[in-house]
Design a protein around this ligand. Structure first.
Ligand code: 26Q
Length: 846
């Protein structure tokens, strides 16, 4: 048979024009999905549209990948256990530049694009910030034209769906693939074997070398599923490759030989559980075997895939690997990639330890996303021994050699070896994945300036002395395509109209908006955009929850995972404070407010769930009290997701970024809200510090203890004394323990009170209460000065240019990965709607 690459069939010229979208849509509805007017269901129309749009991407997708192969540019592989993509339809249309065209064509066919969009399930393959960051990076990497590849797991069930029953959180499985996934392409030919368990045998080879063979393993296959990631109008289509676990073909031998065919088949089914479900914990490491299997599954499949490509290009020239390939570890979750690459280089490719280690260290870089001790991954040695015996040996040797090097100069600090060791002792012998990641990477980055400083000074202080230049800062960013153009098209259009379309790929252009601060009609338009979004959100809330909210009121918004350190509780204390003020003085002249809170609690996190119950308890009482008379509303929006965020953010006036200083590594919601014209009320934490610097401290509402003050106060902190001394706070807390918000369930919220007053208030809620209330009062007064608020809103958005993930990714590309983009010159779209691209290096025109 002819080699495909030689075949006359595959030419660079289009053999046929892609069909117009409407035609393709009709064709897919009838011929791909086999529907007629009797059998069609609404979801089919979404699917048919997605298939029609995917068709448009395919040539650019193939050409981009071919171009990457041909030009041999260095590649970036982004390894992440989470990609929180949300819906793809609108983002893809935005990036293709086909949104309006598509809307009109569908309208002619009697369909509404807005309605079809709502039928797409979110791709909720992540918990929160870390997963969404990976998704923003994919968009930016494609937009910058970087030869970048996302690798993750195709969870059958993404983050759970949250419902609220009687004020409490219930979790339901997120069966997002139920109706199929029109975007992805399954690649059964790209299946790799991933091994678990077994044992290691050691043999001496003829040349005296020790050889290790990992045998008698239980295997599972990883099957590639690819999702296209188009850049913004540049003809680039990158790839997100997600692995699904599939049983190997052979049956379990002992069972099979015993004639127990059914048991043999059943045990094969078990192995497919690896890609079943996303672990719903963030900030909490629970040492489950299945999670460890997932992590190794991602690592083993992805490395085989990368190395297969490398070998195709370069053969066994392993010393070139780090020159051709950069691998980014999204937190420690894929850190087993370090011993896995060592294992492959040494056991399979025959390299010696020293060159293998040099190659490995120069290939990986690690991003740290948290300092919280309970989030740090530690896996029991006994578990690794059983599941990945060869990797444990390699980890021991990495550790041994590292510690041996240090021993020469450890005189100064005898505890240091213990602290930097990859092997810890508490509670049992365990592998510290952060230490492994730091030692096995050439660069470690924090995700905001403050977070990086704290990393260097505390968690990684020893490492910072050992490797003085290894830890760098790269502050997070967000993609303006999704978080402005897709989520807030009205505002995006106003902005583009006034400062030009270049802002889509150069967010720093936003500063030009500051020239318009005296332009009354612009300010009116700006206010109008906010108004329209608020009316839309009010309608949604009325429709979903039957709660009426006033679009004239100040919408304050706290949207993020529920966690004690994020202090949703502080927000609630403010709401109760306002409520008491109204009750004490029914005619009080207070600024009408709507407090919106949304977010999920990890299913096993009792205190977060109790706080969620409190939010709903307060909401029920406040919203139904006629004395309040519409001046205060508290709404908890269930089932927070990327898609819900895209509806809430454009409607927000005030962004609540109120974590205990020193705890939020960066935050990215802070950036999304400010970009959409919300003012920030916040602590000096994470990237909010840098936002304040860019915006000007006087243009947002900063309050509370700074990180160093928190650290210092910890020594002498006495929340009970503050409780006794502060009558307003006392009134609020007594109301909560007095069961005003838990009628019929006496004592329900007592644990919250106890945590604050009797158990040391670990997140300094009580300490920051006064400052927070004062800042809220300032914000409320400011909101009443309409023109001042509008100007601040514009200034806040205008100064968000630095927080584009395009900037973030460009920093990774030059400071960490050392990769260049494909050269690209955008021209107008071709008649079939794709984009011509001229690729540099002198030889390619794509
Ligand atoms: C670890 C082990 C076992 C199971 C789950 C986990 C796990 C999963 C997810 C641990 C942590 C996470 C997620 C962390 C996260 O989202 N961190 C956030 O990352 C953002 C992007 O850098 C920052 O902006 C946030 O400040 C940070 O909280």
């Amino acid at each position: 048979m002819t080699e495909h690459t030689e075949s006359r069939f595959f030419t660079d010229e289009p053999r046929f024009r892609s069909h117009p979208l409407d035609e393709a849509f009709a064709r897919h509805l009838e011929y791909s999905l086999v529907r007629d007017k009797h059998t069609v269901v609404p979801h089919d129309s979404f699917k048919a549209l997605a298939m029609a749009i995917r068709e448009r991407l395919i040539r650019d997708w193939l050409r981009t990948q071919e171009e990457y192969r041909r030009n041999g540019l260095k590649r970036v592989y982004y390894l992440s256990m989470e990609f929180l993509m949300g819906r793809l339809l609108r983002n893809i249309l935005t990036n293709l530049g086909s949104y309006q065209e598509c809307r009109v064509l569908l309208e002619d066919l009697g369909f509404s694009l807005e309605d079809l969009r709502e039928l797409e399930p979110d791709m909720g393959l992540g918990n929160g910030g870390l997963g969404r960051l990976a998704a923003c990076f994919l968009d930016s990497m494609a937009t910058l034209g970087l030869p970048a590849f996302g690798y993750g797991i195709r969870y059958e069930f993404g983050i759970f769906r949250q419902t609220i029953v009687g004020g409490e959180q219930r979790e339901e499985a997120d069966n997002w693939l139920r109706a199929g996934n029109p975007w992805e392409v399954v690649r059964p030919e790209l299946s790799y074997r991933v091994r678990f368990g077994g044992r290691v045998v050691t043999e001496q080879s003829n040349d005296g070398r020790l050889e290790f063979r990992w045998i008698d393993t239980d295997d599972v296959l990883a099957v590639a599923h690819d999702t296209p990631v188009p850049g913004y109008r540049n003809g680039v289509v990158n790839n997100l490759r997600l692995w699904q676990a599939k049983a190997t073909l052979e049956l379990d031998f002992p069972d099979f030989n015993r004639g127990d065919y059914m048991t043999a088949v059943e045990s094969k089914n078990q192995s497919e559980n690896i890609s079943k479900v996303l672990y719903p914990n963030d900030v909490f490491h629970e040492g489950r075997v299945l999670r460890l299997k997932q992590e190794y599954f991602l690592v083993a499949a992805s490395l085989q895939d990368m190395l297969r490509h490398f070998e195709e290009q370069h053969g066994p020239a392993w010393d070139l690997l780090a020159e051709r390939v950069a691998v980014q570890l999204n937190d420690t979750h894929p850190a087993l990639a370090i011993p896995e690459l060592m294992r492959i280089l040494i056991d399979d490719k025959g390299l010696d330890w020293i060159p293998a280690w040099e190659i490995t260290q120069s290939t990986f870089a690690y991003t740290n996303h948290t300092l919280m001790p309970e989030a740090l991954e530690r896996w029991p040695v006994s578990l690794l021994e059983e599941l990945l015996p060869r990797h444990l040996q390699i980890i021991y040797e990495i550790n041994q050699r590292f510690l041996d090097q240090l021993r020469d100069d450890d005189s100064a600090d005898p505890g240091r070896l213990q602290r930097v060791s990859i092997i810890g002792a508490e509670p049992d012998r365990n592998v510290r994945m952060a230490n492994l990641s730091v030692i096995g990477s050439h660069t470690v980055n924090g995700v905001s300036a403050l977070h990086t400083d704290i990393l260097r000074d505390t968690l990684l202080a020893d490492f910072n002395r050992i490797f003085p230049d290894k830890i760098i800062n790269i502050t997070n960013g967000i993609t303006p395509r999704r978080w402005l153009f897709d989520s807030n098209p009205l505002l995006a259009e106003l902005i583009m109209d006034r400062i030009g379309p270049e802002v889509a790929t150069d967010l720093t252009q936003l500063t030009k908006l500051e020239d318009l601060l005296e332009d009354e009609s612009f300010k009116q338009d700006w206010r109008n955009c906010k108004w329209v979004s608020k009316v839309e959100l009010a309608r949604l809330i009325e429709h979903e929850q039957g709660i009426e909210i006033d679009p004239e009121s100040l919408f304050s918004v706290q949207i993020k995972r529920l966690h004690e350190y994020k202090r949703q509780l502080l927000n609630i204390l403010h709401v109760v404070t306002l409520y008491r003020r109204i009750k004490d003085n029914p005619d009080a002249d207070i600024v009408p407010r709507t407090v919106l809170i949304s977010g999920k609690a990890a299913p096993g996190y009792g205190m977060a769930k109790l706080i969620l119950q409190l939010i709903n308890g307060v909401s029920r009482v406040v919203n139904n009290d006629t004395d309040v008379d519409g001046r205060l509303r508290l709404v908890f929006l269930p089932d927070y997701s990327v898609s819900l965020a895209m509806k809430i953010i454009p409607a927000s006036d005030l962004s609540e970024q109120i974590s205990t200083a020193g705890y939020e590594a960066s935050g990215t919601g802070n950036m999304k809200l400010a970009l959409n014209g919300a003012l920030t009320i916040g602590t000096r934490d994470g990237a909010t510090v840098e936002m304040a610097k860019a915006i000007g401290d006087e243009n947002l509402f900063l309050f509370g203890l700074a990180a160093d003050e928190v650290a210092r106060l910890r020594e002498s902190y006495d929340p009970h004394a503050i409780y006794r001394a502060n009558p307003e706070l006392r009134g609020v807390l007594d109301m909560i323990t007095g069961d005003v918000f838990s009628p019929g369930r006496p004592g329900l919220f007592k644990p919250i009170f106890d945590a604050l007053v009797h158990h040391g208030d670990p997140f300094f809620v009580v300490a920051d209460y006064d400052a927070y209330i004062e800042a809220q009062d300032r914000a409320g007064r400011c909101f009443q000065e309409r023109d001042r608020w509008t100007r601040l809103s514009i200034i806040n958005a205008a100064r968000m240019g630095h927080f584009s993930s395009d900037r973030t990714v460009a920093e990774y590309a030059s400071c960490v990965w050392n990769v260049q983009p494909v050269e690209q010159a955008c021209t107008a779209p071709t008649p079939d709607g794709t984009w011509d691209r001229v690729v540099g290096n002198g030889h390619a025109t794509v």
